[in-house]
Design a protein around this ligand. Structure first.
Ligand SMILES: Cc1ncc(COP(=O)(O)O)c(C=O)c1O
Length: 418
């Protein structure tokens, strides 16, 4: 008798025909990865943090390491108030909700974090998802269905593309950050069709920002609704930290803002905020909201506390800008090629000519005691290999100088700079 209660004699006969191996399509990628690891470099996609000491320091392989490759832009993960709120909720409400938001999974903490978001954005409605990925997947697929059009930047995040596929909408791509191309493509669509223009405030691979002040008016002229994903800009951009749409003065014309708790907020979760009067109805028809468990009480408590603190984080925002400017200039002066001519966000991408050079440099930095993200296609646009440096408001000015010293050392050792 097997575990499933089947007598061996009941087991189905093996079929004569051999089915295609479902893993076969990955063979070229597996071979490429094996060849790279055979050169003796470490796997950049298999790093383990043994200990995390602060938003900017961890122990990796027994070595103290400065973190320059996290999404912890505002350094909230070790904030004492945030931790205290999480501990209190854990003790009071238990470790998880064990249910969907629309059944038993909405606790008072989920309503409180939604209220904090409404206040943070000064908007009427907030809807919290279990991740930012699910927020994009859910909102894009629920709003734009068969016969509707999603007009998106070619470099959009995977969760936005996946939302289009789930909703079965028609996809129209425009050239990255190109308002003229957006307007041209909008002009070619049937005027009566439902249209959703999806933009991002900061594009996470190159760290460049979108000209939302040109794109949002273009979308509105063509009768489209506008969704802006502010995942990498929340907390940092704009007077109140609402993102690039606030910084560029167009937030009132944006229909939906999508964001995540996994970056500046410092925990996990996603959200959509909007002034649209029917937003709340989406809770009943949005599959990635309904058919999954809600966030644990400790997570929503930490998120609510963090969001409320981010409303008054002007000093942190100013220091993060200082860090970004200093690191950008220092890296350029050392001779590295960066993706943007000016520092545009908390992300600075150091471009390298190919995978081998990128991994060598990445490893040399790790040996120096610095962790950055190594990124490669398809995550990056146009076949680019890069080392993504993301700064934190908790990086001290001394740490930024130390980081520059490590780049200089590693760059000379690997020949990335002369
Ligand atoms: C632009 C953008 N949107 C959404 C997400 C998804 O966020 P989460 O990590 O909360 O799923 C990410 C994650 O990196 C992102 O970069």
């Amino acid at each position: 008798m097997t575990e499933a209660g089947i007598q061996p004699s009941d087991a189905p006969e093996a079929a004569d025909v051999t089915s295609r191996d479902l893993f076969e399509k990955f063979d070229p990628l597996i071979a490429e990865r094996d060849a790279l690891l055979a050169t003796g470099v470490r796997d950049p996609f298999a790093i383990v943090m043994d200990e995390v000491k602060s938003p900017t320091e961890a122990v990796i392989d027994g070595k103290d390491t400065i973190l320059l490759g996290t999404y912890n832009y505002m350094g909230m993960t070790f904030d004492p108030d945030v931790i205290a709120a999480g501990v209190e909720a854990l003790e009071k409400f238990g470790s998880g909700t064990t249910g969907s938001r629309v059944l038993n999974g909405t606790y008072i903490g989920h309503k409180e974090v939604e209220a904090a978001l409404e206040e943070f954005y000064a908007m009427d409605h907030a809807m919290v998802f279990s991740t930012g990925y699910q927020a994009n997947l859910g909102i894009v697929s629920t709003l734009a269905g068969k016969g509707d059009y999603v007009i998106l930047d070619a470099d959009s995040h995977a969760s936005i593309y996946d939302g289009c596929f789930l909703g079965n909408a028609e996809i129209t791509r425009f050239r990255h950050n190109n308002p003229e191309d957006l307007a041209k493509r909008l002009g070619r669509l049937p005027p009566e069709a439902g249209k959703l223009v999806v933009l991002e405030g900061v594009y996470s691979m190159l760290g460049d920002i979108a000209p939302l002040n040109e794109m949002v008016p273009a979308a509105k002229e063509h009768g489209a609704m506008v969704l802006v994903d502010e995942a990498h800009s929340m907390g940092f951009f704009g007077e109140n930290g609402r993102g690039v749409a606030e910084a560029q003065g167009v937030i009132d014309d944006v229909d939906f803002i999508i964001g995540t708790f996994s970056k500046s907020v410092g925990t996990v979760g996603g959200f959509c905020v909007s002034n649209h009067p029917k937003t709340d109805f989406l809770r009943l028809v949005c599959r990635p909201y309904t058919f999954t468990a809600s966030l644990p009480p400790s997570v929503v408590a930490t998120a609510a506390t963090s969001i409320r603190k981010l409303m008054h984080a002007g000093d942190k925002r100013a220091h993060l800008w200082e860090n970004s400017k200093r690191l950008h200039k220092g890296l350029r002066d050392l001779g590295f090629t960066l993706a943007t001519d000016e520092p545009e966000s908390a992300i600075l991408a150091v471009l390298l000519p190919d995978q081998e050079k990128a991994v060598l440099m990445w490893q040399a930095l790790l040996d120096e005691g610095l962790y950055v993200n190594m990124a490669r296609p398809p995550a990056t646009p146009a076949g680019i290999y890069l080392l993504r440096c993301s700064l934190c408001a908790e990086h001290s000015s001394e740490q930024v100088e130390q980081i520059l010293g490590m780049f200089e050392e590693a760059g000379r050792k690997t020949g990335a700079i002369s």
